[in-house]
Design a protein around this ligand. Sequence first.
Ligand code: SAJ
Length: 432
Amino acid sequence: MLAGPQIDTFSKTHTRKVVILGQGYVGLPVAMRAVEVGHVVTGFDVDIQKVDQLRRGHSPIDDVTDTEVAAALQSGRYRATDDVDDIAGFDVAIISVPTPLRERIPDLSYVEYAADLVARHLKPGNCVILESTTYPGTTQDIVVPRLEAYGLRAGTDFHVGYSPERIDPGNQTWSFVTTPKLTSGISKRCAEVVDDFYTTLVDTTVPVPTVRAAEMAKLLENTFRHVNIALVNELAMYAHELNIDVWSVVDAAASKPFGFMAFRPGPGVGGHCLPIDPSYLSWQVKNSLGRAFRFVELANDVNDHMPEYVVRRSIEHLNNRRLSVNGSRILLVGLAYKPDTGDARQAPAGEIVEGLVRLGATVAAADPHVDLRYVPKHVHHVAFCEEEVALADLIIVVTNHSCFDWTVLSDHCARVLDTRNCLPVGCAAERL
Ligand code: SAJ
């Protein structure tokens, strides 16, 4: 029988001791919200620099402000730590650590390490929730056995569930609190406890019948975007050859109020989700069923080649003006993988820079959001200003941050390749 009645009668009024393993794009917003509603939160991370930043009241991510971190510390109900012993004493443990790929194979080592840390401090009545994006079966087959390493039984002595993250960096419309949250458990009771916990944090929870369905739902969400972005990217390449403006095509199709959802071409898909998550699904289908998940493989192929396509279009653009890439100065406007975030990991800009430098170009880049640590080597990090634009033989718009004043390009459109359709229609800029 489950001990710890307090976790079983969990309600909005009860504060809980919550430990969140991983204080990045996913874990930190959850931690801040948990503190805000009254829980006592320990944010654990292996990155001592990040922990130190948090302890000093600074946020390592765009979507959480320094003020929020400072207020959480001030409340006395938040601490950041890299000390594994500080994990002890929780009621609820949330695992929100990265799930990368290594040579296109899922790497669950961070999840396994986090589960082992939680297992050491597990007590009857505790609740353990995995939030990291992963393939169906991870919670039950990878996390549960590690949590049971010291003899407690999942579903009997403690609760286990899965609740995928839906944090969208830079999204000004949907926040962690207002985005419906999927919840699930390895048993009916576990599912209720997990759902109860999240009802204290978010406006809407969506109970999912099984953990595996919740794990797959998350992969469907991201694969849906990946495949549809690949569709418009491939369409953009053919539309260019057919001398059709793909942006007006998408805008026209988007006027349909049903049966269509607009995605737009771009220089490639970055971040630590779309280049990775769909491959968790295709890997599991191949590994478990020996079958190819063709949509994912095709989408990977199309989206992975977009940076190379941008380099090809750059060569064409300069060639049309009797210039070669070799010896040209090229300004990239934006390095981050998408607007209004400083995250440049897996960003297409990195491959675009590599391709241009390999052809002999001198590349400068302007991106006020991106931490200098993430600026690709060989790139001169500059301000987005008239002087830098005037110096460039070619300007490539890669990330459409809302802070960019596009009028800076007004007199230089003939030297612009706009991969994000930021400039006014009718100006001389070329678009993907
Ligand atoms: N992109 C296009 N065309 C489009 C839409 C996006 O080229 O029409 C590109 C973007 O420029 C970007 C990439 O695709 O490079 C991915 O952007 P995204 O907005 O589709 O998705 P992500 O990767 O930012 O997804 C984020 C992730 N969360 C975090 O990084 C913490 C992911 O885990 C979330 O599931 C997702 O938001 C969400 O749920 O919205």
